[in-house]
Design a protein around this ligand. Structure first.
Ligand code: GRF
Length: 203
């Protein structure tokens, strides 16, 4: 009934594309995605959030009444079992796109096989420089004057997938890892939203 009424009101409107977001941390990127998804003309909707730990960012999902779930390695007998559980949890939402938004683990074959080519990751450095878990720290330690953020397709490597978007951020002499990361996140959030909009608008 509701759906019919919507179609009559907005005959050209297409149902937003379902996405699942994976997080490990505070969920600042998730919050940006949720906010964008609430816009009336959003091309995507967040149908599920999955974390590998009891991440504080899960609160954003709960506040938005989006199903949120923890799939923790510690709750599984081995890495292969966790990989299968994660892939099954993602598949249960039937997403068209999976977004790693501060998810701090490598994906295993089950998820890559089931959603390959439809998984993207946001990384806080200008890839291919400074891949891995400490992109901000490594860039600072190297003494670069410009770093930034990248959104990439996920492949089996460590931040080796095709680059979809990048933004540069100047490194200031007084920067700490935390201050630099905050400025990177400020460009990372709108960039990730833009890429997700672009990919889902094409659906
Ligand atoms: C982002 O900089 C992301 O690239 C990195 O973790 C940060 C997101 O963390 N891997 P959060 O969204 O604040 O948890």
């Amino acid at each position: 009934m509701c759906r019919i009424a919507l179609r009559l009101d907005y005959p050209d409107r297409v149902a937003p594309t379902p996405i699942v977001v994976l997080i490990s941390g505070t969920g600042s990127l998730l919050a940006a995605l949720l906010e964008a998804s609430r816009r009336r003309d959003s091309s995507f909707t967040v149908v599920g959030v999955i974390a590998d730990r009891d991440a504080p960012g899960l609160e954003h999902a709960r506040a938005a009444e989006v199903p949120a779930q923890v799939i923790a390695p510690a709750d599984h007998p081995d890495r292969a079992a966790w990989d299968r559980a994660l892939a099954a949890a993602v598949a249960a939402h039937s997403p068209q796109l999976v977004v790693l938004a501060g998810f701090m683990r490598l994906l295993g074959a089950p998820l890559l096989d089931s959603h390959g080519g439809r998984i993207i990751n946001s990384h806080p450095a200008l890839l291919p420089s400074f891949p891995g878990a400490h992109g901000v720290r490594d860039a600072l330690a190297h003494g670069v004057k410009v770093t930034g953020a990248s959104v990439i397709e996920v492949d089996p490597g460590i931040d080796t997938g095709r680059i979809l978007a990048q933004r540069a951020v100047e490194v200031l002499p007084e920067d700490t890892e935390a201050s630099l990361h905050e400025r990177i996140k400020a460009v990372e959030q709108p960039m990730l939203v833009e890429v997700v909009q672009r990919l889902t608008a094409a659906d």
